[in-house]
Design a protein around this ligand. Structure first.
Ligand SMILES: Nc1ncnc2c1ncn2[C@@H]1O[C@H](COP(=O)(O)OP(=O)(O)OP(=O)(O)O)[C@@H](O)[C@H]1O
Ligand SMILES: [Mg+2]
Length: 267
């Protein structure tokens, strides 16, 4: 079992450049056993932040990518049949609660509400998870912590967290970092120089203004790192930007022209 836990340990420090006081706030929430919700658009550092915090706190990290087909049993656990008969297997949430890991439920709104409610008893002062099929009430380990991510832009009336879920969490807002910080991140992650990274960030800043005016989502930090990684491998900047920044986010010819023009301003 300890071996199982070992595979969830974060051995090396994940590079994370703090943008505000999120590290101190997370540490305080962890100490207070307050579940945390990370809000923000895709590719802005939520997952990297959790990995970094797990490393900082020295706790294993169990990540679950939520989807609408996910059932409560998928995260809580189920009986399996094997040669000796039936055997209970903890799902990722029960495993994390039992062994004191940080459980990160990524894109929680994708899960159906009847699945989401299973986290309720774990996220109030009961800190317990009823394993109904097994007839066990699992008391969460002292070190257990629950973190969820949530992209506010994608919610519809049909797909949102219930207030009774939301109100169990403290929330941290994530967004694209301000210019100099984002340049530092892109420089570090892509391995290009700060001047080139600065141009990529400026292109993204222009594109982000088009959000809601033909673009559903701005160019993320992740996409800038993709473009920079191509450039670091010898691809000319305009081609790298086309592949990594423009083509993925829109099929609209006018929008592509507008973004290509933004690229041409800098490269
Ligand atoms: N503050 C930061 N410090 C270091 N790296 C960062 C930071 N913000 C973003 N990154 C970089 O951007 C990449 C994308 O970030 P990440 O995967 O954490 O996004 P996310 O917010 O979890 O997106 P999604 O909602 O799509 O899962 C990371 O792999 C990392 O390289
Ligand atoms: Mg993520």
């Amino acid at each position: 079992m300890t071996d199982m836990l070992d595979q969830y340990r974060v051995a090396e420090e994940p590079y994370y450049r703090p943008v505000a006081d999120e590290v101190a706030l997370y540490e305080a929430a962890y100490a207070a056993k307050m579940p945390v919700m990370l809000k923000g658009p895709t590719g802005c550092g939520k997952t990297r932040f959790v990995e970094h915090m797990a490393w900082r706190l020295g706790k294993p990290l169990v990540t679950v990518a939520c989807n609408e087909d996910m059932t409560a049993s998928d995260i809580v656990g189920r009986f399996l049949l094997d040669a000796e008969g039936t055997r209970w297997q903890d799902g990722p949430l029960a495993f994390a609660a039992r062994h004191g890991a940080i459980c990160y439920l990524d894109e929680i709104v994708e899960a159906r509400q009847d699945t989401t409610v299973v986290i309720h008893p774990l996220t109030d002062n009961r800190r317990a998870l009823p394993l109904e099929k097994k007839g066990e009430i699992l008391r969460a380990h002292e070190d257990f912590h629950l973190v969820i991510s949530y992209n506010p832009g994608y919610q519809s009336l049909m797909k949102d967290l219930k207030q009774s879920t939301k109100q169990r969490f403290g929330a941290l807002d994530f967004s694209y970092p301000e210019h100099a910080t984002e340049v530092e991140i892109v420089t570090h992650e892509a391995g290009i120089d700060a001047t080139e990274a600065g141009k990529l960030v400026s292109i993204a800043e222009r594109a982000r203004n088009l959000k809601g005016h033909g673009l559903d989502e701005g160019i993320s930090t992740r996409m800038l790192i993709h473009a920079g990684s191509l450039m670091a491998r010898g691809i000319e900047a305009p081609a790298a930007c086309r592949m990594a920044l423009v083509r993925p986010i829109t099929d609209d010819p006018d929008m592509r022209d507008a973004l290509d023009a933004a690229v041409a301003t800098y490269f």
